[in-house]
Design a binder for this molecule. Structure first.
Ligand code: NDP
Length: 329
């Protein structure tokens, strides 16, 4: 494993982080979840990503349990607040009330005293940034949160948040956007705005939820047990990755598999290595439904892709890449 600084902060994260969206507490049983966490740890992954909303809060509890026995100081534990975790009017968003209550609930489920990076899971247009950042500031002063991040915020939202964070001495150090060979919307604005503020990108779905593994083929049924085929995964897959289940995309992905093979890599390794070529990316968060996927994917750490290979990838994907920054969020 290789390690990078998270933005301009002093926090070190593993180039590959393990996330547990859809998997823990839903798609996979707890034993498999624990085996995945330990496979990640054995491979040198120290950064773990979850959110209060994942699997209706079960994902945090499963992760907390799976991490028992691993020295707390040796890992970076990251979670998020914003999406609804209950039916009450205050069980959502970035108000002071919900941030405080959600943080305490996450600490309980994760069985820890502090969160390394606490993310605002989305921008909340209904709450002032002042209220949100004052709540984050208090959690930082209390030692319950060490660093703060935002997820799927636009460049303008990041710049405004960063100005306030500076004023309140809140260490806003991470942005968590979707980023893959197919989804490059951060490149136009978010990366530049973040770089100016010392904020690193911790990117999600580098495999486009499995599309960039080559497991989905045109005209063929989804492989058994795959995210697209399971009741826990299908709705999210359909919503965010369904756009790529087109013949032209899947055929291009099949060409990418050959390109990867020629480079001595598997396609998942190539796709993860690709996001890590961007120097503004601090870590790629991978998901996994079994330990073998992690053991394969971690080999992407530290790989340098030659300029010719990067060009070849762009040629294969020409016309299929999403770059519109207005799609952020
Ligand atoms: P990926 O794009 O890495 O997709 C992971 C899935 O791809 C796995 O669960 C598995 O699904 C399949 N896969 C992985 N490796 C292989 C392999 N070698 N061979 C075959 N199939 C493979 O990431 P995710 O979409 O899971 O997202 C990663 C993390 O990012 C999340 O857990 C979460 O922490 C974070 N995230 C954050 C969001 C945000 O709004 N901030 C939104 C979404 C995710 P299967 O085997 O089931 O087909």
């Amino acid at each position: 494993m290789n390690y990078r600084k998270l933005g301009a902060s002093g926090l070190v994260v593993s180039e590959l982080a393990l996330g547990n969206w859809i998997t823990h507490g839903a798609q996979v049983d707890n034993e498999t979840a624990s085996a995945c966490v330990h496979a990640a740890w054995d491979a040198g992954i120290t950064t773990f990503d979850t959110a209060d909303v994942y699997s209706e809060t079960r994902a945090e509890a499963v992760l907390g349990q799976a991490l028992k026995g691993i020295r707390r100081e040796s890992i970076e534990l990251c979670t998020k607040v914003y999406h609804p975790t209950g039916t009450g009017p205050n069980d959502r968003g970035l108000s002071r009330k919900h941030i405080m209550e959600a943080c305490h609930a996450s600490l309980n489920r994760l069985q820890t005293d502090y969160i390394d990076v606490y993310y605002a899971h989305r921008f909340d247009p209904e709450v002032s940034l002042e209220e949100t950042f004052l709540a984050f500031s208090d959690l930082v002063r209390q030692g319950k949160v060490l660093y703060v991040g935002v997820s799927e915020w636009t460049a303008e939202q990041i710049s405004k948040g960063a100005a306030l964070a500076r004023e309140l001495c809140v260490p806003l150090v991470a942005s968590q956007p979707q980023y893959s060979m197919l989804w490059r919307v951060i490149e136009a604005e978010v990366v530049q705005a973040s770089e100016r503020e010392g904020i690193g990108q911790v990117v999600w779905s580098p495999l486009a939820q499995g599309i960039l593994t080559g497991k989905y083929s045109p005209g063929k049924p989804f492989p058994q047990g795959s995210r697209a085929a399971t009741s826990a995964g299908a709705p999210f897959f359909e919503k965010l990755a369904g756009q790529w289940l087109r013949t032209e995309v899947l055929q291009a992905v099949s060409k990418l598999s050959t390109t990867a093979q020629e480079a001595g890599l598997t396609l998942p390794q190539l796709a993860i290595a690709w996001v890590l070529q961007n120097p503004q990316v601090s870590a790629a968060i991978i998901g996994a439904s079994n330990p073998g996927q992690i053991q394969e994917n971690v080999k992407a750490a530290g790989i340098r892709l030659a300029p010719d290979l990067l060009k070849q990838i762009d040629v294969i994907l020409e016309g299929l890449i999403e770059r519109d920054p207005s799609k952020t969020g």
